[in-house]
Structure formats: C-alpha cells, structure tokens
Design a protein around this ligand. Structure first.
Ligand code: FES
Length: 210
C-alpha cells in the first residue's frame, strides 16, 4: 500500500505546510533573539563613549591623606552615576599615597612610565604630590587591603601582594595596582573612576563613570 505522504498533495495543502514551516522557523528565531539580546547586553560593558567624569572625594579623608606620611589612606568617593558593574550611589573608595620621592616611585612603578619619564597612561599618575589607586585587585577584581604589619597591600582572594607604591610583589596578579586620575579643584579633591580589565599585564579600560 502506498504511503499517504507520497501521494500528490493538493496545492493548498502544500502551501499550508510551507506556511506552517516558515511560521515555525520565524517563531523560533524570535524566541532565540528574545533570549540572546539580554544575554549579549549583559556581556558588553556599558561604557559611555565620552570621557570619565570627575568624582568628589571625602574631605576628611583627603585632609588625612595630606597629613599622612607613609601609611596609605582609604578615601571614600561619592558616586553620582554608575559604571557597567556598580549601581548608582553605591559606596566606593580609592587608596591614596603621599609620594615624597617621585624618582623612587617612578623606579618602583616602571610599568607606568616610559624610559623618558613620561606617563604611559593618558593622564598623570603623580599629581600634586599624591598617587591614587583603584581599590580593585588587578588579578580577578577582589578588593585588597593595606596590611600595616607587613607594610604592603594584600588581596584576600588569591594572595596577590603589592608594595606601598602599588608595585606587584607576589601572587597571581600580572601587573601593579591601577592608578587613577587625581586633581584638586577649589580645595576639593576629585578623582576619576576607571575600571581596567583583570588578569592581563596591560591596562585595557572596560568601564568608567562618564
Ligand atoms: S583577586 Fe586579588 S589575588 Fe586574585
């Protein structure tokens, strides 16, 4: 007996099947896109195409840093916006050091200066006698801390360590601490929040507050 499927079909039956097939593919495509777009959006950093904005720093902590000698100071900053990872208004802080010997700093942080002494980043790393560091460990993004007993910064996640000038001393991080731009405007200290790609030796911007 001949299979019913091998029988010639009337034209309207064929076009109905074709329509059903195309409709199924279209609906599948729409569902796929609906799922893919948010997933892709979550993977792409929300980088403002402009420039990083200046963010005010806590006045008391800034005065504390100005009076500091050898101890790094953690300074709160006031986020009015967000980068690709932070939510607006989330508390944040940076680390500041007073640089008494710029030549030593430049020797220790040869990753930040060319042989001519010029900054390799597009902003001055040393400004008004201070340097600021992002609080984010360049290994995988944990928050490190200053250990006064050992006079070094240490990350609790995988043990990376950095000296007072932010130079990498030990652990899996592939670069020193990331410096941030600093300026003083009308007596108010301001910084720019920039987040660099983790793990790699070079500094690749992944997001900033714009
Ligand atoms: S995140 Fe700091 S050592 Fe791994």
């Amino acid at each position: 007996m001949q299979d019913e499927r091998s029988q010639p079909q009337p034209p309207e039956e064929i076009s109905r099947r074709e329509w059903m097939g195309k409709a199924t593919i279209s609906i599948g495509g729409i569902i796929g896109l609906t799922l893919a777009i948010p997933t892709m959006a979550a993977l792409v950093p929300d980088v403002d195409p402009g420039r990083p904005a200046w963010t005010g720093m806590d006045e008391t902590a800034w005065k504390h840093l100005q009076a500091a000698t050898d101890t790094p100071v953690q300074i709160d900053i006031q986020m009015h916006s967000k980068d690709a990872y932070l939510t607006a208004g989330s508390p944040q802080s940076v680390w500041g050091i007073k640089v008494k010997d710029p030549k030593k700093f430049m020797r220790d942080r040869s990753d930040l200066f060319a042989a001519s002494g010029e900054n390799t980043l597009p902003y001055p790393v040393l400004n008004i006698g201070f340097a600021l560091f992002s609080p984010i460990c360049p290994h995988l993004g944990c928050y490190y801390d200053w250990k006064p007993m050992f006079k070094r910064f240490a990350c609790p996640c995988h043990g990376s360590q950095f000296d007072r000038n932010g130079a990498h001393l030990a652990g899996p991080a592939t670069r020193g601490l990331d410096p941030l731009p600093l300026r003083e405007q009308d007596g108010i200290a301001q910084c720019q929040w920039i987040r660099y790609s983790p793990t790699v030796p070079s500094r690749i911007v992944v997001s900033y507050i714009g």
